[in-house]
Design a protein around this ligand. Structure first.
Ligand code: F6P
Length: 344
C-alpha cells in the first residue's frame, strides 16, 4: 500500500516515535511505501512531501518535535481546501492517510472521512491529555515529568527564601498536567479549570499553612484556570489566527493577589513551551510506538474513520467521532482523593 502521514496542531514529544513505528511496521510487515506530508494540511494541499523510510527515520525515536513539521490550520479554512486534499491523495495514489493530531486535527480527519469518504486513520496526541476516547495521550507523561522536575527545583529556592512560588503549566481548558504535576511535585495547592478557584479561600489556607510552620509553598496553576464568578477580574484573552484562545498569564494575577492579601513574598514561573520540547519519556516512546504500529495495522484492516486509543493495557480502535467537539476533563475522584489530605 501507499500510505501518507501528517502531524497536525501543536507539536508534542513522541510524534517522531509514532511516525517511525508506522514506517518500520509498514515497510517490514506489509511492504508499504510511506510518504510524509510537510507542515500538516498545508503540505497535503500544496503537495509538499518527503519520502519516509526506515533509513530516513533512524535516530528519531528520542527526538522531540516532528520531522514533518506541523501547523494549526485546516483544509476547511478555504473553499478549495478539501478538493485539494482529495486530488493530492488521488494523484499520489495513496491508499490511506494517517493523521496524528489533537482535538482539532482529529475533528478535521473525522469530517474528511464521514463527509467526503477519505480513507483516514487517526492517532491522538497532545500534552494536554484532553482527548475523549483514550485513557491517555502520548506527550502527557513527558509534560508532567518536565513540570514535576521544575517543581522539585522550585521547592529548594522557595524554602530558602520563605516564598510562595506560583507555577503556571499548560493544559488548555483542562487541569491534567497541573493535577498530576502538583501531586507528583508535592504542591501546596493546584488550581484547575474544572474547579473555579477562590483566592480569598486559598489565601486563608496558605496563611494557616504558614502559621503551622511551613514558610514556603508551591502553587500550581493550569493556564486555563478560572476564578469563581465575581472574585477576580482577568484580562480578555487574545485569539490567535486560527481562532484558538491564547492562554497564559493567570499565574501572575494569582501571585499578585496572594502577595497583596497574605503579605508573603511571591514569585511566578511560567513553564510554557519547555513542557512540549525535548525528548519524550520512556512511557511516551512506548505508547507512541504502539500507536504508530496500531495505525498502520488499522490502515491494512481498512479501519477508516477510527483512531488508535489506549484502553486499559490494550491499544484498540475507537471512532474518530468520539473525540469530535469534546474535551476530556480531569478525573474528579483523583482530585478529591488527594485534595483533602495533601494540599494546604
Ligand atoms: O495543546 C497543546 C498546547 O501546548 C496547550 O497546552 C497550549 O495552550 C497551546 O498548545 C499553546 O499553543 P501555541 O504553541 O500555539 O502557543
Amino acid at each position: 500500500m501507499r500510505v501518507g502521514i501528517l502531524t497536525g496542531g501543536g507539536d508534542c514529544p513522541g510524534l517522531n516515535a509514532v511516525i517511525r513505528a508506522a514506517v518500520r511496521k509498514g515497510e517490514r510487515a506489509y511492504g508499504d511505501e510511506l510518504i510524509g506530508f510537510l507542515d500538516a494540511w498545508d503540505g497535503v494541499r500544496e503537495r509538499r512531501t518527503m519520502p519516509l523510510s526506515i533509513e530516513a527515520m533512524r535516530g528519531t525515536l528520542p527526538r522531540g518535535g516532528t520531522v514533518l513539521g506541523t501547523r494549526r490550520g485546516s483544509p476547511f479554512d478555504t473553499p478549495e481546501g478539501v478538493e485539494q486534499v482529495k486530488s493530492t491523495l488521488g494523484d499520489l495514489a495513496l491508499d490511506g492517510l494517517i493523521v496524528i493530531g489533537g482535538n482539532g486535527s482529529l475533528s478535521i480527519a473525522s469530517l474528511l472521512y464521514t463527509e467526503h469518504g477519505l480513507p483516514i486513520v487517526g492517532v491522538p496526541k497532545t500534552i494536554d491529555n484532553d482527548i475523549e476516547g483514550t485513557d491517555v495521550t502520548f506527550g502527557f507523561n513527558t509534560a508532567v515529568q518536565i513540570a514535576t522536575d521544575a517543581i522539585d527545583r522550585l521547592h529548594t529556592t522557595a524554602e530558602s527564601h520563605d516564598r510562595v512560588l506560583v507555577v503556571e503549566v499548560m493544559g488548555r481548558h483542562t487541569g491534567w498536567i497541573a493535577t498530576h504535576a502538583g501531586i507528583a511535585g508535592g504542591a501546596a495547592a493546584v488550581l484547575i479549570p474544572e474547579i473555579p478557584f477562590d483566592l480569598d479561600e486559598l489565601c486563608q489556607r496558605l496563611t494557616r499553612r504558614h502559621h503551622r510552620g511551613r514558610y514556603a509553598s508551591i502553587i500550581v496553576v493550569a493556564e486555563g484556570a478560572v476564578p469563581k464568578k465575581g472574585t477576580l477580574d482577568i484580562a480578555e484573552q487574545e485569539i490567535d489566527q486560527f481562532g484558538h484562545v491564547r492562554l497564559g498569564g493567570i499565574a501572575a494575577r494569582v501571585a499578585h493577589t496572594i502577595g497583596e492579601q497574605t503579605g508573603f513574598e511571591t514569585r511566578v514561573v511560567q513553564l510554557g513551551h519547555i513542557q512540549r520540547g525535548g525528548t519524550p519519556t520512556a512511557y511516551d516512546r512506548i505508547l507512541a510506538t504502539r500507536f504508530g504500529a496500531g495505525a498502520i495495522d488499522a490502515v491494512h484492516e481498512q479501519q477508516w474513520g477510527k483512531m488508535t486509543v489506549l484502553r486499559g493495557e490494550q491499544v484498540v480502535y475507537e471512532d474518530l467521532t468520539v473525540a469530535v467537539g469534546k474535551t476530556r476533563t480531569v478525573d474528579m475522584k483523583l482530585v478529591n482523593d488527594v485534595a483533602e489530605h495533601f494540599f494546604a
